[in-house]
Design a protein around this ligand. Structure first.
Ligand SMILES: [Zn+2]
Length: 369
């Protein structure tokens, strides 16, 4: 489990990146409505909001990281028209934010959460309107202003050109979990850990990635966890599937008399006879290696594995909140359909129609393995 921390950091980094880059997406608009915005972007703010959002903010500000500033040090802001780039706080001029290069000026400036565009319009020449302070400057502070003016002297904004982030660790200039993970584990990269296979599952939806991440950290709202957080009484922790046992992660997904049997149906459907472990880490290793250890085979089986877990979790929630109990055969069908779309999104060669996939999953998988 020694790489878990690095992996989680890399995965969270992806979400930080998406929060920063995907400004037009619906979920980004939701975040902006909820947490406010600055310079047309979501306002990052430590210590508020959901656990997920707080983690995202910790990664963004590198709080408590092994390698502090790993994220900030590896991104720069490429300025276009300057409209969505923060003058003081984004690393756009010399790879370091001006607020870091000139902390005293940042502290004294009356313009803090302003964009490069706004500052440009105010004028950043020697007598520009940008240089307004909370008090009169000392002589040595005037010297700092001179330095700052000098740095800004040759900057020309590109009108009608978007501002964007550049991730320095990948040739595409976009953040990849793998490049971040490699960076965080620079020496001795050992691609045999449980979690490394999930590095590649970027085609399953974001909410599913979040689900899997919480699953591995045992942070899902299973009844034992709700009990630990004083949300449920000790008398209310019985498994939602009414099997009579206590509901905790390994039980719910792998050992339960009800949901556990879904794995049997899945094995039958795949035409593979096997006995699977009741423990998360052993289970994932067993299942994902069912057709060998090649990278493609592991990815395909990991997608199926995630699909089963997600279907169980959604059904458990329907049962928990709405008292609606799904029949196992219906869950099996849901896994087939959901996996079909995920595989189709992941593999160009996966061109089968749905009825054929339902009937011959292994034959379909063989063409992509
Ligand atoms: Zn159960």
């Amino acid at each position: 489990m020694k790489r878990l921390r690095e992996f989680n950091i890399s995965l969270l980094g992806k979400w930080v990146w998406r929060v920063m880059e995907e400004r037009e997406s619906l979920w980004n608009l939701v975040l902006r409505a909820k947490y406010g915005e600055v310079g047309g972007r979501v306002r990052f703010c430590d210590g508020v909001g959901s656990i997920w959002w707080r983690h995202i903010n910790q990664i963004r500000s590198d709080v408590g990281m092994v390698d502090s500033r790993w994220m900030v040090d590896n991104i720069v802001r490429k300025v276009g028209d300057g409209c969505t780039t923060l003058f003081w706080e984004d690393p756009w001029l010399l790879e370091v934010p001006l607020a870091v290069s000139f902390p005293r000026l940042f502290d004294l400036s009356i313009y803090k959460a302003v964009t490069v565009r706004e500052m440009f319009m105010l004028g950043w020449g020697v007598d520009g309107g940008v240089w307004r302070w909370r008090r009169r400057l000392f002589a040595w502070e005037e010297g700092l202003v001179g330095e700052c003016v000098e740095r800004l002297a040759n900057i020309v904004l590109q009108v009608h050109t978007d501002n964007r982030w550049v991730w320095k660790l990948h040739s595409s200039h976009c953040y990849t979990v793998h490049s971040a993970y490699s960076y965080l584990t620079t020496v001795d990269i050992n691609i045999t850990e449980d979690f490394t296979q999930f590095l590649w599952i970027i085609t399953v939806p974001l909410k599913v990635n979040i689900f899997i991440w919480r699953l591995f950290l045992n942070r899902l709202a299973t009844k034992d966890n709700l009990y630990k957080r004083n949300v449920l009484e000790a008398t209310n922790v019985a498994c939602t599937a009414l099997c009579g046992k206590e509901e905790e992660r390994d039980h719910l997904f792998f050992q339960c008399d009800h949901y556990g049997r879904l794995w049997l149906l899945i094995s039958n459907w795949l035409g593979i006879a096997t006995v699977l472990s009741g423990d998360l880490h052993t289970h994932v290793n067993q299942f994902c290696a069912l057709r060998g250890f090649s990278k493609n085979s592991r990815i395909a089986f990991t997608i199926i594995w995630i699909s089963v877990l997600f279907v169980i979790w959604k059904d458990r929630n329907r049962n928990f909140f709405q008292n609606h109990f799904g029949h196992l055969e219906a869950l099996l069908e849901r896994v087939k359909l959901q996996t079909y779309w995920w595989l189709k999104a992941h593999y160009i060669l996966f061109t089968f129609d749905y009825p054929f996939w339902r009937q011959h999953p292994l034959r379909c998988l063989q063409t992509v393995l």
